[in-house]
Write a protein that binds this ligand. Structure first.
Ligand code: SF4
Length: 334
């Protein structure tokens, strides 16, 4: 007998909630009200490379350590446990998703190391000019102007630094991309995360940040071949990647300072947060499932939703949901 469906209330509004709800309100329901996560999936190599890259950059800022030490910290904390988890899961995996995911983690690790080396070569932190104030600090803040019953905003800025010359706070944000780094910057000024993190930093430190430093690095597409092209080891692979970018006339990475209007976020952002807070707090009866009015689907058959991991639920009658959830999803701890 499948367990009854549990509905949760998120602790605060996060910028990822805003982007999910903008994609599809029903997806917001699956991810944030039911906290569902697919049990079996093929891990995206690109996303994992971004995650590992982030875990290499963090100790470089936080601990002022060498690149080699930062790589070791990232390997021990995210790469090794991830490979082990997927290799264990692969034993009973008929689809091969877990084995493919383990391979993707290994490849993502190589890609992330290259990106970290090429970026840090070009843009090491100037510690005479910048002081690291905090890294990965979770912040919750009330939303100014929101009704008292409402949820606040929540987030964890990766890095907060102080420009000692200007006496101003900046938020460096490291992003990996498949596109040219200069193209990837477009539209950043309007990202929800920009407003959200400004509010959070203002709440915790009592001053508005001067802006974001967007550090974009492009993922290399050539592979590490230790038995053929990279007999000289990993360094030779790094140099081969560097050469590929030069050959294509592309920048490997870019660092772009986006200065913000210091002060409260625009009305449009506040409205979005209020909508999300309402969707998060709204009572939902899991035996009724009359969700189409509150959490409408954008379901568009094979084309629109083909890659969405929640399509099995959207394609099924509500009576099937408890057993489908038990088979295909797990509930996140949060
Ligand atoms: S399958 Fe489509 S409608 Fe359902 S949650 Fe995913 S994107 Fe939304």
């Amino acid at each position: 007998m499948a367990q009854p469906i549990q509905v949760f209330v998120p602790k605060g509004v996060r910028s990822s909630m805003i982007s999910t709800e903008r994609q599809c309100t029903r997806k917001f329901f699956w991810v944030y009200r039911l906290r569902l996560k697919p049990k079996s999936y093929v891990l995206s190599q690109a996303l994992k490379a971004g995650d590992i890259y982030h875990h290499i950059m963090m100790p470089l800022y936080r601990d002022d350590c060498s690149l080699e030490d930062a790589e070791k910290i990232a390997y021990d904390s995210v790469v090794a446990p991830s490979i082990e988890e997927f290799e264990t899961a692969a034993e009973g995996d008929l689809t091969g998703d877990a084995q493919q995911s383990a391979t993707n983690v290994q490849r993502a690790w190589e890609v992330a190391r290259v990106m970290a080396r090429l970026f840090w070569d070009q843009y090491p932190l100037d510690r005479d000019r910048y002081e690291v104030v905090d890294t990965e600090v979770p912040i919750t803040a009330p939303m100014l102007g929101a009704p008292a019953f409402s949820l606040g905003v929540q987030g964890t800025p990766d890095i907060i630094i102080r420009d000692l010359k200007e006496n101003a706070l900046w938020l460096p944000d490291h992003k990996t991309t498949g596109h040219k780094p200069t193209d990837a910057i477009v539209g950043r000024g309007y990202a929800w995360q920009t407003y959200m993190y400004s509010e959070l930093v203002h709440h915790k430190y009592g001053e508005w940040p001067l802006g974001f430093i967007y550090n974009f690095v492009q993922r290399p597409t050539i592979r590490y071949c230790p038995t053929t092209k990279d007999k000289g080891g990993f360094e030779s692979y790094v140099e081969r990647c560097r050469f590929e970018y030069v050959k294509k006339g592309q920048d490997v990475c870019t660092s772009y300072a986006l200065q913000l209007t210091q002060g409260p976020s625009p009305e449009s952002f506040r409205e979005r947060v209020l909508i999300l807070a309402t969707l998060s707090l709204m009572p939902v009866d899991p035996t009724d499932y009359n969700l189409d009015t509150m959490f409408p689907r954008i379901y568009q058959g094979f084309n629109g939703c083909a890659k969405c991991p929640y399509r099995f639920l959207c394609e099924s009658d509500v009576a099937m949901w408890p057993s489908l959830i038990e088979q295909k999803y797990r509930v996140r701890e949060d």
